[in-house]
Design a protein around this ligand. Structure first.
Ligand SMILES: Cc1cc2nc3c(=O)[nH]c(=O)nc-3n(C[C@H](O)[C@H](O)[C@H](O)COP(=O)(O)OP(=O)(O)OC[C@H]3O[C@@H](n4cnc5c(N)ncnc54)[C@H](O)[C@@H]3O)c2cc1C
Ligand code: FES
Length: 251
């Protein structure tokens, strides 16, 4: 990991309040794995003081992309950047998805902006392994499917796709998916919890990308603990994650 002054290549609003930001960095492009994240300094002054973490969304040549929602001041400042602006970026941080393990069929499960880490992962999953994607949101305006393929949708209010949540949708569809399955999931904790309860009961290997408030982003401040499943202690989301095997932690 290192800090680099990168250049913004493009920034566009792909949906209301959701932006795709692309920077150029040969070093980052060559060293980043799907599921890792970067800590971005969003302003040139000391406000906000802390960098903000974002999953790598895609890598194409020497271009790295991030998909982000505007939540508070930090992401608002970031959304106002222009192509050609400098951006101070630290990473790559954390681990990443294990896409080389012994599975035959990949299943992507994303809630809301949980799709963010998957375009890059999809490029790395071997071409002979089929991929099925399930994306859920509260309503059709909040559905984001950027870079995802072979996708079934769910919305809580039924305004697009299946009416209900994305885990219910997957439960309905799982019998149509053959082979030894592995699930890669990212989204709100409530979604991950319900997914993991079910996949544990039926024995499907599941990796989850977890979010929490972070400060340093690389294991120094101890500010992002998550409890181990066997209750023997804590792991750090920034250093030991953000991707965990679902059996490793209490979600
Ligand atoms: C490992 C990791 C990867 C992430 N990847 C992405 C990504 O790819 N795209 C993306 O848009 N965001 C991602 N996030 C979340 C992102 O870092 C936060 O949205 C951002 O830091 C908010 O900064 P802010 O200054 O705009 O908001 P703040 O002023 O810090 O917070 C404003 C509001 O947003 C809420 N908020 C803050 N953090 C989060 C969060 N993690 N989830 C939901 N609400 C939050 C706060 O509770 C508060 O209500 C990731 C977080 C982590 C830890
Ligand atoms: S954010 Fe500092 S240890 Fe994880």
């Amino acid at each position: 990991m290192h800090i680099e002054q990168t250049k913004i290549v493009s920034i566009k609003e792909v949906q209301s309040h959701t932006f795709l930001l692309s920077i150029q960095s040969e070093y980052f492009a060559g060293t980043t794995n799907p599921g890792q994240f970067f800590n971005i300094k969003v302003s040139d002054n000391n406000f906000p003081l802390l960098r903000r973490p974002f999953s790598v969304c895609d890598v194409d040549g020497d271009i790295i992309s991030f998909l982000f929602d505007v939540h508070g001041e930090g992401t608002k400042i970031l959304s106002k950047k222009k192509p050609g602006d400098d951006l101070d970026v630290f990473g790559p941080l954390g681990n990443g998805f294990n896409y080389s393990s012994d599975f035959q069929t990949a299943i992507i499960v994303a809630g809301g902006l949980g799709v963010a880490p998957f375009p890059f992962l999809l490029k790395k999953i071997p071409a002979d392994k089929p991929v099925f994607s399930f994306v859920g949101a509260r309503n059709s305006n909040q559905l984001i499917t950027y870079g995802i393929k072979n996708t079934k949708l769910s919305t809580d209010d039924g305004s697009a796709g299946f009416r209900g949540n994305v885990v219910q949708l997957l439960k309905n569809e799982i019998h149509n998916i053959n082979g030894v399955k592995k699930i890669f999931a990212c989204g709100p904790n409530v979604m991950l919890r319900s997914l993991v309860e079910w996949t544990t009961s039926i024995g499907i290997e599941t990796e989850i990308s977890v979010e929490c408030a972070m400060a340093c982003g690389f294991g120094i401040c101890q500010g992002c603990p998550t409890e181990k499943s066997d209750k023997s202690g804590y792991l750090l989301v920034c250093k030991d994650g953000p991707v965990f095997n679902s059996q490793e932690i209490v979600i």
